[in-house]
Design a protein around this ligand. Structure first.
Ligand code: ADP
Ligand code: LRH
Length: 498
């Protein structure tokens, strides 16, 4: 019987992993080869990713694959978070460390782009929700401060492209991650050259775009030697992690609704074509490109970032609260005591998250959460209510309301949050798989190798392989009242800020 091995490198903003997928013709069995933290570093130039450490961890994972499977793995694909990039000179040398997208060098850049082009026109061209960290604003900041690297740069590689280059020696710009840049036009299916020119960006950096499922080449000699993976090809997949996660939604529906839950909560619908209108501009919905030109019509919601940063703060102060204990602590706290707006700019930057949550509650005249349990509960309930708020807008774009919401990614392991999401929205939640991104990465490689014939078939394989838990909505009355309270808190914050 069939027994193929594929390798997936999946870097999230919080942690990375190298995974092997063994495909037997019906199911994929995952095996984790390496898992590591992803911790940005602050240098005089700002906040950067520790990209060489991530790369070392990737090669360690591939070494493990060589030990387990010798030269059997067919291919390897790389996905990471969106928007970030490295610049390379003609010879392929990296020109400076890639920036972490939350770095403040983008301050003021959205306003500048608004003056030069106009926010709505940028949206009309790209279909992407304007967020301060999008590549367009990062690159504009480099143009503004005349970064000399721009003069000698021959290539701009997004992070999945950069890692794939280090593994294969081949430079490419893959479409799904290109679409997160806000310099890509999904209607003409190419870079928006007009935007690029008007913003004074070097046009030579924007090349022919490659698609998921293209072969880049064998592993470079030094990597093949170190790992023993002498026959493994590097292929492009959907390099944007969210695109890979959505490729692996375990559903046979035409337009499944999803919540990709990790550092961010990405809530949206998988649609056949972009939906760009005045209405979607006001609602700030994004149109990112997936496998086979499918569109992720979604909104970025500040997700478990709030939880990650709280955990990091408590840990620095000597209190280690593992994610697996958080639901228990939150269950013990009083319901709906205080609520926050998760997407308030207050929470964008790293650091002191519990204090920021407290400050928000103080500012809006609510009881101040003191214990970790109270803070976690406040974050969970507020996230669930924000999900409900976004959902109501989202479904106004489709004729037929989806019958369930698929929650995937690391965050779907939190049963309490899954239940809260079902309660707040009033819909059946299907949670899993946890490693949707890795699975989406692998099924795209299987499309490339011919092991499966369509994305739909791939989703069936994922459904065969994954544990999916169902959560039915409960307690509608309390959650309706909580939603009113949430809206009142938002209104009070707004009036106090203006
Ligand atoms: P990213 O890819 O953005 O780094 P992940 O998909 O790995 O994020 O999800 C990480 C999040 O998953 C954590 O912030 C945490 O909230 C949640 N999580 C991880 N492990 C558990 C667990 N055992 N129980 C509950 N939640 C968990
Ligand atoms: C999630 C994600 C998201 C982007 C953000 C930068 O990991 O890729 O889709 O908006 O990171």
């Amino acid at each position: 019987s069939l027994n193929q091995v594929y390798l997936a490198v999946d870097l999230g903003a919080g942690s990375g992993r190298v995974i092997a997928g063994e495909f037997d013709g019906e199911r994929i069995e995952l095996r984790e080869l390496n898992r590591f933290d992803n911790t940005p570093v602050e240098l005089p130039s700002g906040w950067h990713w520790n990209i060489t450490d991530l790369y070392r961890n990737i090669v360690d994972g591939l070494k493990k694959a060589g030990e387990l499977y010798s030269d059997r793995p067919i291919s390897v694909g790389v996905d990471t978070w969106g928007v970030d990039y490295g610049l390379l000179d003609e010879q392929g040398n990296l020109l400076g460390l890639p920036y972490q997208y939350r770095d403040k060098r983008t301050d003021g850049m959205m306003d500048l782009a608004d003056q030069i082009i106009g926010k709505q026109e940028i949206y009309r061209a790209t279909g992407i929700q304007l967020m301060f960290f999008n590549t367009i604003f990062q690159l504009l900041s480099e143009v503004e401060r005349k970064n000399p690297a721009l003069d000698i740069a021959a290539d701009l590689l997004f992070l999945p492209d950069l890692i794939s280059y280090w593994l294969s020696g081949v430079r490419s710009q893959e479409r799904s991650v290109v679409s997160t840049s806000q310099l890509y036009n999904p209607i003409i299916r190419d870079w928006d050259r007009d935007l690029i020119e008007r913003l004074g960006m070097p046009e030579k950096l924007f090349k022919k775009i490659s698609d998921p499922g293209e072969e880049l080449g064998p592993l470079l000699e030094n990597v093949a030697q170190k790992t023993g993976l002498t026959k493994t090809k590097v292929v492009t997949i959907a390099g944007h992690d969210t695109a890979s996660a959505v490729a692996a939604i375990p559903s046979q529906e035409e337009n499944p609704a999803f919540l990709s839950s990790g550092t961010w909560s990405l809530m949206g619908l998988d649609l056949p074509r972009p939906n760009i209108s005045d209405e979607s501009f006001i609602d700030a919905f994004t149109n990112e490109i997936g496998v086979g030109h499918g569109v992720r019509f979604l909104k970025n919601i500040c997700g478990l970032w709030l939880i990650q940063e709280s955990r990091r703060h408590w840990l620095a102060n000597g209190e280690d609260i593992p994610y697996s204990r958080m639901a228990d602590l939150a269950s013990e706290a009083e319901p709906f005591r205080s609520l926050i707006y998760p997407d308030d700019p207050l929470f964008e930057e790293a650091g002191r998250m519990p204090e920021k949550v407290q400050a928000y509650c103080r500012h809006t005249g609510q009881p101040i959460p003191e214990t970790p349990g109270q803070i976690i509960r406040c974050i969970y309930e507020s996230l669930a209510l924000r999900y409900s708020e976004v959902w109501q807008r989202l479904i106004s774009y489709v004729v037929k309301e989806p019958t369930s919401l698929h929650i995937v990614g690391g965050g779907c392991q939190d049963n309490l949050l899954n239940q809260f999401a079902a309660n707040a929205i009033g819909i059946t939640v299907k949670a899993g798989p946890v490693e949707a991104t890795g699975l989406g990465n692998i099924i795209t490689q299987m499309l490339a190798s011919g092991a499966i014939g369509s994305l739909k078939e791939g989703r069936q394989v994922v459904a065969n392989s994954a544990q999916v838990k169902t959560f039915e909505p409960q307690d509608p009355e309390s959650w309706k009242a909580a939603y009113q309270k949430y809206k009142a808190v938002l209104a009070s914050r707004k009036s106090k800020n203006s």
